[in-house]
Design a protein around this ligand. Structure first.
Ligand SMILES: Cc1cc2nc3c(=O)[nH]c(=O)nc-3n(C[C@H](O)[C@H](O)[C@H](O)COP(=O)(O)OP(=O)(O)OC[C@H]3O[C@@H](n4cnc5c(N)ncnc54)[C@H](O)[C@@H]3O)c2cc1C
Length: 216
């Protein structure tokens, strides 16, 4: 595991709070679903960010939400094109196993920027048998929606009726049974992960088929 400096190629604003950072990938190698620690090369301060881009791209991209009074996300938001960012990693085990890659039914459940590893999965592996449930407050937070097959993607909006379902992902799951053979991947905040894990276990899904990545 090493740290290397990467050049900032572009900052792409998606909503007033959320943006993509595109870096020069160099020889950074990772498995889709992993994360890296982005660091300020001057101070060494850093935070974890899931990799958004596919393993076949020349750019290494991250989806970041700027947190009010959040020190590091604000620093990232103000990076200049051409400046350097230190990248440490890759890290993590939120990756697809052989069974998941070979046609097994997969359920991807994300809140907010937790869609990032799933974006990397579907951009890296073309034949996944997946369904995505993406929970956001407002419909314009459907980050990266174009990468997903529209028949396999369901947007849950909790603060306006502009998604496919009005309400949180947990409400949707309580009302719609999940096939007990599914392998479920959950990514986002810990409250959602705890609540959804309980619902999925209630449907008879075994703990080893519930895989999680907690952002905060
Ligand atoms: C494995 C892992 C992967 C992560 N991947 C991502 C990612 O792809 N994109 C991303 O934006 N963040 C991601 N995070 C969160 C990220 O590491 C930082 O915590 C976040 O950017 C806030 O840092 P900060 O210094 O700005 O604010 P801090 O002062 O460190 O955090 C302030 C508060 O903001 C809230 N918060 C943190 N992250 C988010 C978020 N993403 N959305 C909404 N509220 C949040 C939490 O309540 C936190 O306590 C990930 C965290 C982990 C552990």
């Amino acid at each position: 595991m090493e740290t290397q400096k990467h050049q900032v190629l572009e900052l792409e604003q998606l909503t007033p709070e959320t943006f993509l950072i595109h870096l020069d990938r160099q020889n950074f190698s990772f498995k889709p679903g992993q994360y890296a620690i982005l660091r300020n090369p001057e101070t060494g301060e850093g935070r974890e960010y899931s990799i958004y881009s596919s393993d076949q791209e020349n750019r290494l991209s991250f989806l970041v939400r700027e947190i009010k009074d959040g020190e590091f996300s604000r620093y990232l938001r103000h990076l200049k094109v051409g400046s350097q960012l230190a990248v440490e990693g890759p890290r993590g085990f939120f990756i697809l196993d052989e069974k998941s890659l070979n046609g097994h039914p997969l359920l991807f459940i994300a809140t907010g920027t937790g869609i990032s590893p799933f974006h990397s999965f579907v951009q890296s592996y073309r034949n996944l048998n997946y369904q995505v449930l993406h929970g956001v407050h407002f419909a314009d937070e459907a980050y990266g929606i174009a990468a997903f097959d529209p028949d396999r993607y369901l947007l849950c909006t909790s603060r306006e009726e502009k998604g496919d379902y009005f309400g949180r992902v947990s409400y949707y799951l309580k009302a719609h049974k999940v096939d007990e053979n599914s392998i479920c991947y959950l990514c986002g905040n810990s409250d959602m992960i705890e609540e959804v894990t309980n619902i999925l276990e209630g449907y008879g899904i075994s703990p080893e088929n519930i895989r999680t990545e907690v952002f905060f």
